[in-house]
Design a protein around this ligand. Structure first.
Ligand code: GH3
Ligand code: MG
Ligand code: MG
Ligand code: MG
Length: 301
């Protein structure tokens, strides 16, 4: 059921509309001032607002501007149909240019009015469908479908922003590279499905071990990276060790008997010479290879 909010200081003039909408299955509310209407809209976001141009206090055009200026995107999206008794071109042009969806003269012809209301709702519905599609595309292009961590592309975007912030405000920033040990052998012995399960377990341990602001990504294959804002080398080493240990422990529950997964972890922290995420990651990667050479299942930083 579509929700319609009518903002009009003389309810008698919109009684016809109110009754018509009620009879046609709309959920209708009426506010008699601009301020009251905005409050009502905030409490329960309507699907469409019918807004009279002349109101005491805040005018209809003021209310329209307030709606469009709001920080809440859901608020900005509400289609507004202006109602006016004054047949002036300038007012209609102003309302539509400000962002009103439609402008209707009183007295309204109910059937035509209802058709225009349906059109406003259709536009809103289509816009919401587009936004959902956009969100979905953003997810597809940012999230690794197996582990639900960020992918390499998104990691670089987010980490680049963190690097710029850290350099601008002289803050600390560290990176951790995590590579599963002898993962090919694990796949060969226990099958690819168990390998996939192990990768999901790795991602779970990463999520549990890290802070909300840390950026966790699967960089490819059996390799993950974490970018840790506001974290120095010591803090990142501690986190890396927590991750290594967490994976070692969780791997006991991974499957039958002898299945074990361990990781080799490299840690690096931001230096003055770093100009890109790559140079930071390269150092973390070198440390990770030292961990491999040193016997795997260990942290080097
Ligand atoms: P190391 O300890 O030196 O890192 O040895 P490794 O076997 O882990 O390294 P290598 O790079 O030789 O092999 C990585 C393997 O990871 C190869 C591939 O079978 C496996 N792998 C990569 N992506 C996936 C995946 O999405 N699912 C599964 N199950 N395995 C994957
Ligand atoms: Mg490898
Ligand atoms: Mg490996
Ligand atoms: Mg690897």
């Amino acid at each position: 059921m579509a929700r319609v909010l009518i903002i009009d200081d003389r309810p008698m003039t919109v009684r016809g509309i109110w009754r018509y909408l009620r009879n046609h299955g709309y959920d209708v509310e009426v506010a008699t001032s601009g301020g009251g209407g905005l409050q009502m809209a905030r409490r329960k976001i309507p699907d469409v607002i019918l807004l009279n141009v002349t109101l005491p206090g805040l005018s209809g055009l003021d209310v329209l501007q307030e709606l469009l200026r709001d920080r809440d995107p859901a608020f900005k999206r509400i289609p507004v149909i202006m109602l006016s008794a004054a047949n002036t071109e300038a007012e209609a042009v102003q309302a539509l240019d400000l962002g009103a969806q439609d402008y209707i003269l009183k007295p309204v012809k109910l059937t035509v009015f209802a058709a225009r209301l349906r059109m406003a709702l259709r536009v809103k519905f289509n816009q919401e469908a587009l936004e959902r599609a956009n969100e979905y595309l953003l997810t597809l292009s940012s999230i690794d479908p197996l582990t639900q961590t960020f992918n390499r592309r998104r990691f670089y975007e987010l980490a680049t922003r963190e690097l710029a912030k850290a350099q601008r405000f002289q803050r600390e920033l560290s990176a951790i590279m995590i590579d599963a040990d002898h993962f090919k052998a694990l796949n060969d012995r226990f099958g690819h499905a168990l390998g996939d399960k192990a990768l999901c377990m790795l991602a779970d341990v990463l999520r549990k071990s890290c802070r909300d602001i840390d950026i966790i990504a699967r960089m490819g294959g059996e390799e993950f990276a974490v970018c840790c804002p506001e974290t120095n080398l010591g803090g990142a080493m501690q986190l890396a060790e927590r991750i290594r240990r967490g994976i070692e422990v969780a791997s006991f529950n991974l499957g039958p008997g002898t299945v074990r997964v361990t990781v080799s972890v490299g840690v690096a922290t931001l230096c003055d010479i770093d100009r890109s995420v790559d140079s930071l990651l390269e150092r973390a990667d070198r440390m990770m290879y030292r961990a491999k050479q040193g016997g795997r299942n260990r942290v080097v930083g």
